[in-house]
Design a protein. Structure first.
Length: 298
């Protein structure tokens, strides 16, 4: 059985737990239990800053480098293979490096550095607005800025896939209209099933699909109609049956969530999910299509 997962936080979680041999949500050893796996491995370069009320995060270039090196060390140790080109898929665990949020960039030209580091996916935002785009938590949805439009165009040219998870509605629509490559929402669910700022309405889903892109259904409990494996299945079926099974995938957010859904406590439970939904082939093939189209240079 093969697994494709559009979002796991291996590097960030490695600062706290064993993500190589551990048994919490996901790990390299768990991923090796599949005949073949491909995981979009997140780089989340933020540290938490405490305020008088609530929390905030600051993005640091140094943390981006540390997490990129973590993945490079996995490859050097023979524990995983980093996918840099369309012919790089190997037996075992394959990782596609994915930067979660463009706010760490000094300017658009930093994309050239990301490309050299092996990063092949970039999220326009996390949960905070930035100079490139408005986030899903925005108070004023300005969509893509002129810098953001430039970023999308250069990413297309370099073969870096645009990810609109965590983005505002207008950002999703703007990115879909400007990109000439498939875009993804690596970990998001359908607003039609559960209203949540992180979820996508039908117009956003249609915009992503028009680029020949993919939505990664996620295991974030608050975004599901029920915090169970059934809630994940409901989202897969809603997107697949309403918009086409060529445009749906898994994007679990394992190791980035505090608690996994009931019945889907770790990535090994994906085997049960595949058996129940009987769509294993599409859930594998769709991310590969986006990779093949997206990481080619224009």
């Amino acid at each position: 059985m093969r697994l494709a997962d559009l979002h796991e936080d291996l590097a960030y979680a490695s600062m706290k737990i064993d993500v190589i041999n551990g048994n919490y949500q996901s790990s390299i050893s768990m991923l090796r239990a599949f005949d073949e796996s491909i995981v979009f491995a997140a780089i989340f370069p933020r540290i938490e800053m405490r305020k008088v009320a609530g929390k905030s995060y600051i993005a640091l270039w140094e943390l981006l480098m540390e997490q990129a090196k973590f993945y490079l060390d996995l490859e050097k140790a023979g524990l995983a293979n980093i996918v840099r080109g369309i012919n790089d898929l190997r037996p075992g665990v394959n990782l596609v490096l994915s930067l979660e949020g463009a706010d760490v960039l000094g300017d658009v030209n930093d994309l050239y550095i990301l490309k050299e580091l092996g990063i092949r996916v970039i999220g326009l935002t996390w949960n905070e607005d930035n100079r490139f785009a408005a986030s899903c938590m925005t108070k004023k949805d300005y969509g893509l800025t002129s810098n953001g439009e430039e970023l999308v165009k250069l990413a297309d040219e370099l073969g870096i896939i645009i990810d609109v998870a965590h983005a505002s509605k207008q950002t999703v629509l703007d990115a879909a209209s400007i990109s000439r490559k498939p875009i993804i929402a690596s970990h998001a669910n359908a607003s039609a099933l559960k209203h949540h700022k992180r979820n996508l309405d039908d117009e956003e889903i249609e915009a992503i699909i028009k680029t020949n892109g993919v939505i990664g259904v996620t295991a974030i409990r608050d975004t599901l109609p029920s915090p169970t494996m059934q809630g994940i299945m409901d989202n897969l079926k809603y997107i697949g049956e309403s918009f086409g099974w060529s445009h749906v995938a898994l994007g679990t957010d394992m190791l980035g969530i505090d608690e996994a859904p009931t019945g889907f406590e770790n990535i090994l439970k994906a085997k049960n999910l595949f058996e129940l939904i009987n769509r294993e082939e599409e859930l594998w093939r769709n991310p590969l299509r986006v990779l093949n189209e997206g990481i080619r240079k224009s």
